[in-house]
Write a protein that binds this ligand. Structure first.
Ligand SMILES: [Zn+2]
Length: 364
């Protein structure tokens, strides 16, 4: 393989970087990278890798662009709302660099199909926003023996690591949580656009360094606190009791956390229509409640429910909801632990209510 004249010109500014050079550029050209998630992190990672001349990029995501994505997902514009991210991102990357191969796969990746999806790639960037998908990537990489670059953003914080499951530490060594719903998705916890962009750029750098064979964050863990402008890197040892890669992982999987009792939007609608005695509690913030809520509900701080005095009787029928179901699931566990019997989580939260029951409701 050689570089064409057009490529020599296109990449001239990075070819002169001693760590790259023509040999490094050829390594980039023959690399295949899967980017899981085409949101805030993924947008930046994909653009950086396409620009740098990574020969083959796989985009994995599902669903359309939403208005509330645009503050951090700069590959999309206002006229893109409602269109599929995968198709838009692929078109954008082909425009950035027509010399690379881009494939887009629309659809959810789960523990069942992750391994098959990632098998054909050399490098993997985890740009997802929820713990279930992250766990599935981690396990798939353990089974495939692949290294991957993990990144996450939360409000004004970011974290970054290069995991080599089975050889070095894995996501389970860092965060042993296996039940995903405790870890709030960024849709619910919030995130600043530049924080996602900054972490995404660092993630792309780690991928490029892996391809070039340079020193990376392997075995270490970067914490980026943009609020206080404090950035630190710590050693991350492999944990021998890790539930994923530890010595007893295969025989003793931890018991999954208690699954909450759900009520579907349709069931809740029927209960409200028949005038059932129940309390619908909104655990979101004030402004979210102002934007949209279920009629007759009551907004409650989650800390109140998890604290010493929840303010409700144990026998009361309570339905908890938030945007998705992470806050409501955490509160459900806290109330269960306090002996509350009749507590339910609204399945899918206000998002599902808006989709199934009140189609005129403002979505965000
Ligand atoms: Zn581990």
């Amino acid at each position: 393989m050689t570089l064409t004249k057009e490529e020599l010109v296109r990449y001239s500014r990075q070819l002169v970087v001693p760590e790259v050079g023509p040999e490094g550029q050829l390594r980039l050209k023959s690399a295949k990278v899967a980017v899981v998630g085409a949101g805030g992190l993924g947008n930046m990672v994909l653009a950086c890798l396409a620009g740098a001349g990574v020969g083959e990029l796989g985009i994995f995501d599902s669903g359309p662009v939403e208005l509330s994505n645009l503050h951090r997902q700069f590959a999309y514009g206002t006229s893109d709302v409602g269109k599929l991210k995968t198709a838009l991102a692929a078109a954008r990357l082909r425009e950035i660099n027509p010399g690379i191969e881009v494939t887009a796969r629309e659809g959810l990746l789960t523990a069942a199909n992750m391994k098959g999806a990632l098998a054909g790639y050399d490098q993997i960037a985890d740009c997802t926003d929820n713990f279930q998908t992250r766990s599935a990537i981690n396990r798939a990489c353990l089974e495939l023996g692949k290294t991957y670059v993990h990144a996450a953003v939360y409000r004004m914080e970011g974290q970054l690591a290069v995991f080599e499951p089975g050889r070095g530490p894995c996501l389970g060594c860092l965060s042993p949580l296996e039940a995903g719903d405790e870890a709030q998705a960024c849709a619910e916890a919030g995130v600043l656009g530049p924080a996602a962009a900054a972490v995404g750029a660092l993630q792309a750098l780690e991928v490029i360094k892996l391809i070039l064979g340079l020193e990376t964050l392997k075995g270490r863990f970067a914490m980026l606190d943009f609020g206080s402008s404090r950035f630190s890197v710590a050693e991350l040892p492999r944990w021998e009791d890790c539930p994923v890669c530890g010595k007893d992982a295969a025989k003793a999987r931890p018991a999954p956390a208690l699954r909450p009792a759900y009520i579907t939007p349709e069931q809740l609608k029927a209960k409200l229509a028949e005038g059932a005695r129940l309390r619908v509690l909104d655990l979101r913030q004030d402004w979210e409640h102002d934007l949209c809520h279920i009629p007759g509900d009551l907004r409650v701080e989650p800390e109140k429910l998890t604290g010493a005095a929840p303010g409700f009787r144990r026998g009361e029928l309570l339905v908890l909801y938030c945007k998705g179901q992470s806050k409501s699931t955490s509160a459900w566990r806290a109330l269960k632990a306090k002996g509350f019997e009749k507590v339910f989580v609204l399945e899918g939260g206000i998002d599902a209510w808006a989709e199934k029951i009140d189609k005129n409701m403002t979505r965000y």
